[in-house]
Ligand binder design. Structure first.
Ligand code: HEM
Length: 388
């Protein structure tokens, strides 16, 4: 396996990581990324295979579980109940409960609500140039996931603040300030959820939190801590990635002049410039993949965005082609952790972009947008546009 070094906070890389992916893909299915001290799956075939291989998973092997420093415990105590960090049987139980509420019928029924919300937000667009992220890309997924869970929309600003602070724990550039902010946000978020769940226990409605409480009370072994973490995971995962796919996608559409928003165009947006570039897996038993062998306790990073630009899977992969067909991109992951919210994200993206381009025929970029220094996330700091 060939070694490569590339700082994930290097400004050129942050703005455009794709040339690095193209360079290292030529070295084979796996590379060793020195800065992460980790093997990385690069090709579409290998990323696809690793994500689905049950000899690997998200949960850290128990003998390798790192000692959590006292000051970070509040954050990791919440993480400890997250389905994204667990394997069966706990993962199966938690995911099944959520999937019960995320049926295709429930998601499809949100369409009129999403459409109306998009129109309301566009009605408020100012005449002068403005940031489309805060005016549109952020409120659409935040309001919809809040409504789905049943969290009051007037807490949306708090949710965004808490979520941003917590998610920052996973970026390459992590400082004591980032950690302190994440802990404060975790404590506030947990306290809010605990209070809110107590309220919903007394007066249940038809929202997701009430459904999960009912599952807990039916003795389905969903503890209150699991309930809190699941709600936090859904609120965080339910908007962060969608906000940035909407931002990155609008930028691409404006740069390429594509305005017809078909399902294929939405899929191409998700392939071309996704918001999450890396997900890791722990190896549970000795395995051989291609020419490489891994042993229990190794970690493999799946470079989702690199797999999406593999020329073996996608002809002319660096071209944005809204008519492109198979194979499915890897932006939503794969295997048992495949994104629970993918149908909701796809629906939000299609409606939000359709309404935006139908209503704002003169939409254009105001200046060159910049990506935030937050790898392995890949999203814009702001997206200045004008509509006149
Ligand atoms: C374009 C938007 C989105 C992208 C690109 C995205 C991407 C991902 C990825 C890459 C994973 C991890 C898969 C893996 O490790 O194999 C994931 C998991 C997850 N996502 Fe999403 N996501 C998006 C939107 C959403 C939304 C809207 C929700 C909730 C409403 C959501 C909820 C989740 C949850 C709960 C998991 C954990 C699933 C599990 O561990 O079984 N995501 N997502």
């Amino acid at each position: 396996m060939q070694n490569f070094s590339q700082s994930p906070t290097d400004p050129h890389f942050v703005q455009d990581p794709y040339p690095f992916y193209d360079k290292v893909r030529a070295a084979g299915d796996f590379i060793w990324w020195d800065d992460y001290n980790m093997a990385c799956a690069i090709s579409h075939k290998t990323v696809h295979a690793v994500l689905r291989d049950r000899r690997m998973g998200r949960e850290c092997p128990s003998e390798l579980a790192p000692a959590i420093p006292e000051h970070l415990k509040p954050f990791f105590n919440v993480e400890a109940h997250s389905m994204l960090e667990l394997e069966p049987p706990r993962h199966t139980r938690l995911r099944a409960l959520v999937l019960r509420a995320f049926t295709s019928r429930t998601i499809a029924a949100l369409a009129p609500d999403i459409t109306a919300l998009c129109h309301d937000l566009i009605d408020k667009f100012p005449d002068a140039p403005f940031d489309l992220l805060t005016a549109y890309a952020q409120p659409v997924p935040v309001v919809i996931i809040s409504r789905l869970l049943g969290v009051p929309e007037d807490r949306a600003d708090d949710l965004v603040r808490w979520s941003n602070a917590m998610v920052a724990m996973y970026q390459a550039r992590r400082t004591p300030q980032i950690e302190a902010a994440a802990i404060a946000a975790t404590n506030d978020f947990v306290a809010f959820m605990r209070g809110y769940i107590a309220k919903r226990r007394k007066t249940p409605t038809d929202d997701l939190i009430s459904t999960l409480i009912a599952a807990e009370e039916d003795g389905e072994r969903l503890s209150e801590d699991e309930l809190i973490t699941t709600c936090i995971l859904l609120l965080n995962a339910g908007h962060e990635a969608t906000v940035h796919t909407l931002g990155n996608g609008t930028k691409t559409l404006l740069e390429t002049g594509v305005t017809a928003i078909t399902e294929a165009a939405v899929e191409e947006i998700i392939r071309f410039d996704p918001p999450l570039h890396m997900f890791t897996r722990w190896v549970y038993e000795d395995v051989a993949i291609g020419d490489h062998t891994f042993k229990r306790g190794d970690q493999i990073a799946c470079l989702l965005a690199a797999a999406n630009r593999d020329p073996i899977a996608y002809p002319a992969p660096n071209t944005f082609d809204p008519t492109r067909k198979d194979p499915q991109n890897t932006s939503f992951g794969g295997g048992i952790h495949f994104c629970v919210g993918a149908p909701l994200a796809r629906l939000e993206l299609r409606i939000a972009l359709e309404v935006l381009f139908a209503r704002c025929s003169n939409l254009r970029l105001e200046g060159q947008p910049h990506y935030g220094d937050v790898y392995h996330f890949h999203g814009l700091e702001q997206l200045m546009v004008s509509t006149k």
